[in-house]
Design a protein around this ligand. Structure first.
Ligand code: AMP
Length: 181
């Protein structure tokens, strides 16, 4: 199970992820990843694959996006022998922060990172559970670049390909384990 080839892992993820209709609002099909992480073999295969795909990128730091990016990002950091940095919603981080405001469909949102979380030139891999419109991931990558980091790639478990999030992430390599087109 831990050495699943990409198609087999993709099939297992599709079989296991739970679609929750009209959550958190009407019209949204929410990809519930909790069944993926409740399955120890599948969880481990996901982490091993994300880490393996980034193994040649000389990553120094794995960045996880709040909150489900922490679930996948922290074990990927351990697998790569890297540190882990959380990018959080506003007001959660206790020390001096760098912040970025980014547009949503209606309104805007803010993400923050500790100012000393990365040193200039450090190579970071950004991890999150779902790539939807790409706004959150693009803001995170831009925030890390403002601190002087080099974003080597972005990795997602699930990509909602029909939302064309990759179009907003053209500046960086993007990988996902399964895409819904
Ligand atoms: P976006 O900025 O549109 O790419 O949205 C990305 C963030 O929202 C990620 O952190 C996801 O966890 C979450 N997200 C967006 N759409 C979904 C969805 N359909 N199911 C689960 N999570 C989602």
């Amino acid at each position: 199970m831990r050495n699943l080839v990409a198609e087999d892992l993709g099939r297992r993820i599709r079989q296991t992820v739970r679609d929750v209709h009209d959550f958190p609002q009407k019209g949204v099909v929410f990809k519930d990843i909790t069944p993926l992480i409740a399955d120890p073999d599948l969880f481990q295969a996901i982490i091993k694959t994300i880490a393996g795909d980034a193994a040649s990128e000389s990553v120094d730091i794995v960045v996880g996006i709040e909150s489900r990016g922490f679930i996948f990002g922290a074990p990927v950091a351990l697998a790569l022998g890297c540190g882990f940095v959380p990018v959080r919603k506003p007001g959660k981080l206790p020390y001096k922060t760098e912040r970025i405001e980014y547009a949503l469909e209606y309104g805007s949102d803010v993400l923050e990172v500790h100012r000393d979380a990365v040193r200039p030139g450090q190579r970071v891999l950004i991890v999150d559970d779902v790539l939807a419109t790409g706004g959150t991931a693009a803001a995170t990558a831009t925030l890390l670049e403002r601190l002087g980091a080099v974003v080597t790639s972005l990795a997602f478990v699930i990509e909602l390909g029909f939302l064309r999030g990759r179009d907003r992430l053209k500046a960086w390599p993007v990988r996902s384990l399964v895409s819904y087109d």
